[in-house]
Design a protein around this ligand. Structure first.
Ligand SMILES: NC(=O)c1ccc[n+]([C@@H]2O[C@H](COP(=O)([O-])OP(=O)(O)OC[C@H]3O[C@@H](n4cnc5c(N)ncnc54)[C@H](OP(=O)(O)O)[C@@H]3O)[C@@H](O)[C@H]2O)c1
Length: 273
């Protein structure tokens, strides 16, 4: 059983999940094997154009629906009050689900300036009972403050780029101050370079675990929820197996010291629709 963390709305979320970008034809099989292995949190997005395939994997796994936390996201092109409500219906239909567990605004797109209206629609979807928890992705403290000030509703989750090369200490603190749980996208930094860092290798050898497991364990001990993507059952299994060892404070600091302070995409300027 995967441990779970409490959200600010009373729901709970598994401590680790499966990312599904950029899966396409392999998505049904990958989601099915992940659920069979014990994953209970699946992350997709309208933008990934794989919601149908993810939904198929969920059905094929045979895992009871109520045991799975399914996340999808509102794409930029659909921001705005009415268009968010419509986009949600499309995602729900493609996933083949009655309700979505966690619905996120994918990017704030400050220049477009519709994220407050989109957030009001998310609140309505939660009130209507078709979404269990609502959240955001790639929001800065200023974006969070604006939606909270305008609606009095704090997101349950903020999903941000977070890995040892970009440790996001300030944003994590900002999320926590506002009762928002942080999720990590690109938790393995999407590349092999991080996994062959001498510090990571040495710590892995000491604990007799994989280098990738050290990085994922670092996320767990930070109290954030990593969603590593893997289409390989072996790597899915290894990524999930991070609850049987513990990093010391000094090992945590050594990994955090890999920070380069540079994000891949800036939430204040990045635009994708
Ligand atoms: N909200 C956002 O704006 C946003 C942005 C980007 C991503 N995301 C979400 O976050 C998820 C994860 O991020 P990501 O896919 O960018 O990066 P990631 O999970 O850090 O890295 C994925 C890459 O690492 C490989 N990998 C996985 N486990 C491994 C292991 N144990 N050892 C070695 N290699 C391993 C995968 O290949 P194999 O499949 O071959 O194992 C894949 O190439 C995405 O799938 C998506 O759901 C969200």
């Amino acid at each position: 059983m995967i441990p779970t963390l409490a959200l600010n709305d009373g729901n709970r979320i598994p401590a680790i999940g499966l990312g599904t970008w950029p899966m396409n034809e392999e998505a049904p099989g990958a989601v099915r094997t992940a659920l069979e292995l014990g994953y209970r949190l699946i992350d997709t997005a309208a933008k990934y154009e794989n919601e149908e395939a993810v939904g198929q994997g969920i059905v094929e796994s045979g895992v009871p629906r109520e045991q799975i936390v399914v996340t999808t996201k509102l794409r930029g092109a659909d921001q705005g009050y009415e268009s968010t409500l419509r986009a949600f219906e499309t995602s729900r239909r493609k996933l083949g689900l009655e309700y979505i567990d966690l619905y996120l605004i994918h990017w704030p797109l400050p220049r477009v300036d519709k994220y407050v209206d989109s957030w009001r629609a998310m609140v309505k979807l939660r009130e209507d009972g078709v979404v269990r928890s609502i959240g955001v992705s790639n929001f800065t403290a200023a974006h969070l403050d604006r939606i909270i000030a305008e609606t009095d509703v704090a997101p349950a989750v903020n999903q941000i780029e977070l890995h040892p090369y970009f440790t996001q200490a300030e944003q994590r603190a900002a999320d926590t101050e506002r009762t928002v749980l942080t999720e990590s996208w690109s938790p393995l930094a999407r590349n092999a370079q991080l996994l062959s860092e001498p510090a990571v290798e040495q710590i892995a050898a000491r604990h007799e675990v994989e280098n990738s497991q050290v990085v994922l364990r670092w996320h767990i001990q930070l109290g954030v929820v990593p969603i590593p993507k893997s289409a390989s059952p072996d790597r899915q299994s290894s990524n999930l197996d991070v609850f049987g060892f513990e990093l010391s404070d000094s090992e945590m600091r050594q990994i955090s010291a890999l920070d380069r302070g540079r994000h891949r995409l800036d939430p204040d300027t990045h635009e994708e629709f």
